[in-house]
Design a protein around this ligand. Structure first.
Ligand code: ATP
Ligand code: SF4
Ligand code: MG
Length: 327
């Protein structure tokens, strides 16, 4: 299978010296052309830092190491000037909060046209306007002629996020990264926006990297999933398989603590404790303090992802003892 985006041993550290924050501590995954990879994890696990590190959206306080291949291009080694041509054009990002992503003073149409112009995709006003209308239609906005002239505050949250998505697909990116794109929205429109991603992906052939803490979103999208904890992936595989039969104790705990239809909320066991803060991560398995299966050996080395079933990997030598030696 060819790969659109190949991330290897991605490590992002903020600050320097003793107070380093190792937010991402070695992440590997592949995103297939037209495929989906869902980065699933609790708050603070390093999902956004992973997404932003791919696009190198940090200043010099962050050190980003490892490899990010977009097709044949190594992004971690690319000069900043070339990276600017990648951002928004080859890889676009949909942020969590649409309000912050839009200029409150300018019309939606002007903001779409600005992106099209910046990347040299339109010359004259009429074509630019027609393209903007087309993009708004594509993201499910029923009355694009009105919305094109509207300011962001004149739109509902769901419409604003659709407008942001229209901007993000304006240059037909190869990869779309969406960082919790529905958490700021009303629950009633969340499902429709997730469905929009699926439609766009199918119609435009884009690869989608979806960042979410919501297992329901992962289930809805399908594709591959990586379960993130304290800056590392603890389990990867096809979404359906991982949710149906989680192999890693953390994934098992995470899913067991979710409400299941027909089971009263609060009757399910939650994982005791909380994830470690980035400054607290020490040698060994980061989940050890909360893991019901933890053994003395779990504190001595960081478990690596190993094959546990066809197309599936997990990073726990205790539940996968046969793989221990091959790690
Ligand atoms: N610019 C930064 N400087 C220093 N530390 C940071 C920075 N950005 C994130 N961190 C730290 O890195 C860790 C991972 O943060 P990240 O934002 O990736 O979490 P997340 O998984 O996206 O969580 P959430 O679901 O809350 O968005 C956190 O401990 C956070 O405090
Ligand atoms: S390595 Fe040990 S602490 Fe970590 S998940 Fe496996 S059993 Fe639990
Ligand atoms: Mg985040």
């Amino acid at each position: 299978m060819s790969t659109q985006l190949k991330v290897r041993d991605l490590r992002t550290t903020f600050g320097s010296g003793e107070r380093d924050v190792r937010a991402v501590r070695g992440v590997d995954f592949d995103l297939a052309p037209g495929g989906t990879f869902v980065l699933l994890g609790e708050s603070g696990s390093g999902k956004s830092v992973t997404a932003r590190s791919i696009l190198r959206l940090y200043d010099a306080s962050a050190t980003i190491a490892g490899s990010v291949l977009l097709g044949d291009d190594e992004l971690t080694a690319m000069p900043e000037r070339s990276m600017r041509a990648v951002r928004g054009a080859r890889i676009a990002m949909v942020p969590q909060d649409p309000t912050g992503a839009l200029d409150p003073l300018r019309s939606i149409g002007a903001q779409i046209i600005e992106v099209l112009r910046a990347h040299g995709l339109v010359q004259d006003r009429r074509t630019a306007r027609a393209r903007a209308v087309d993009l708004l239609e594509r993201v499910g906005i029923a009355d694009p002629a009105r919305v094109i002239g509207a300011r962001p505050h004149q739109l509902s949250g769901g419409m604003r996020q659709r407008a942001v998505i229209a901007i993000s697909i304006a240059c037909r990116p190869e990869v779309l990264i969406a960082d919790e794109p529905t958490t700021a929205l009303d629950v009633t429109v969340q499902a429709a926006v997730i469905e929009l991603f699926t439609e766009l992906q199918r119609d435009l052939g884009m690869s989608l990297l979806m960042v979410t803490h919501d297992v329901g979103v992962a289930e809805e999208l399908g594709g591959q999933v990586g379960v993130m904890y304290a800056g590392r992936l603890l389990e990867t595989g096809p979404v359906g398989d991982v949710l149906a039969d989680p192999k890693h104790p953390y994934t098992q705990g995470l899913l067991a603590s979710l409400p299941v239809p027909g089971v009263e909320r609060g009757k399910l066991p939650a994982i005791p404790g909380r994830p470690p803060l980035t400054g607290e991560v020490s040698d060994g398995c980061a989940f050890a303090a909360r893991c019901p299966l933890a053994q003395d050996s779990c504190g001595s080395a960081v478990p690596v992802l190993v094959d546990v079933a066809t197309g599936r990997q997990a990073a726990c030598p205790v539940v996968n003892p046969s793989e221990r030696l091959s790690a």
